[in-house]
Ligand binder design. Sequence first.
Ligand code: SAM
Ligand code: SF4
Ligand code: F3S
Length: 470
Amino acid sequence: MELLAQQKVHDEARQGEAFSPHWQQQAAGKKLFYIESYGCAMNFADSEVVASILQNEGYAATTLPNDADLILINTCSIREKAEQTVRKRLTEFRSIKKSRPGLMVGVLGCMAERLKATFIEEEKLVDIVVGPDAYRSLPALIDEAEGGQKAVNVLLSREETYADISPIRLNSNGVTAFVSIMRGCNNMCSFCVVPFTRGRERSRPAASIVQECEALYNEGYREVTLLGQNVDSYHWVDESSDITVTFARLLEMVATISPLLRVRFSTSHPKDITDEVLLTMAAYENICNYIHLPVQSGSSRMLQMMNRTYSREWYIAKVNRIREIIPGCGLSTDMIAGFCTETEEDHQQSLSLMEYCQYDLAYMYFYSERPGTLAARRFADDVPLETKKRRLQEMVALYRGHSLASMQKDVGKTFKVLVEGNSKKDENELHGRTDHNKVVVFPKKHFKKGDYVMVKVNSCTAGTLLGEAI
Ligand code: SAM
Ligand code: SF4
Ligand code: F3S
């Protein structure tokens, strides 16, 4: 089984999630849709765009697939296992469809894009297949499907950013929200299916991003996470003023909405994160000191085959620069074990890089060949599964030690915590996050969701800091 060593919910590690009941709408007389999302934060953000499009068509949401007129599943293709999970879920929907022949089932997202119309041939119960850039056509596709046709739109776009659509927040805690700032990816990492499922990179107009963040702040949200596969290559030219907005400038624009609005971002590509971004982070207290900087491997030979365009030494220099400009900055990574031709020596290099970087959080996977990618076409997937799994286990074990040490280092310190809600285990306790993205649990007293609270940490578990308000 694929091993994930993180405590916190992360993008592709997230399992299918339907939205929580609080979002359920007044449904009298309306058609009902149910949506379930898999994959990365961007897919979850897309489901909120889809919900908005459907709401404008007079649909209301339900949290119960058995009640729905339309079931949508927003899918991920990043690893084979992600696709298997979706297929299993579709089998479960089959039994609902058998008892309710009028029910429509739609597949959205990356797997829809990868498999296109063949999805309909393979999975007989699927009526609608929509790729990530075609959600505006969903109402027309539903009409087609209701007319008895199988409806497919998987056209990728060079312009679509859904900038004018106000997402409907699903499964929201009312404090933290994702905001998409760009779509697609122009990096051709050889292992990765994303450039094929999400198309070319394009940036969303800066003004619409700032507007969405302002609206969230006015609704009581206190943290936004700016999302893109490679946020540091964000680039928008304002036509009226001819001013170019870089990612650093965008960060600044969002950070100045209010000092009470925390700003996070994900994901940074090591080759693109600039000093300008780091200096902007250092200049604004409300831009969180935390960077997700996936390295993938510690071996320069592997990095070259992966087409990551940096070497081990270059990455290490970048980490040193981050720590110079933002001392104590939280750092996380993604690692792949057992990429094509990986030797024990390459693997040892990955472990020693992890040792050097001492990541606070790491998302680790064994390599899963994806059809059509550069690696699938060029290289043999020649590391035996057992070896991949063993190497992954070794990474996970090493990471666990680093992450525990990083938690223990915080005991005795005081942090500003943004409260996200009640603790899951005890409703007399609250949970929130530090600037460095660590989860903190502490007694509730008079504090509430959305408050900033100074919390002194008294102890920790592997994934949580435990403390008290001071
Ligand atoms: N854009 C980000 C980046 O450049 O790192 C994240 C891309 S992907 C959505 C998230 C992670 O999945 C990657 O960083 C990589 O570690 C992992 N991943 C992607 N393709 C994979 C594959 N074929 N097998 C195993 N892991 C993969
Ligand atoms: Fe995939 Fe690389 Fe793009 Fe990330 S930067 S989405 S790993 S191609
Ligand atoms: Fe998965 Fe697509 Fe995201 S492949 S990780 S849902 S961009």
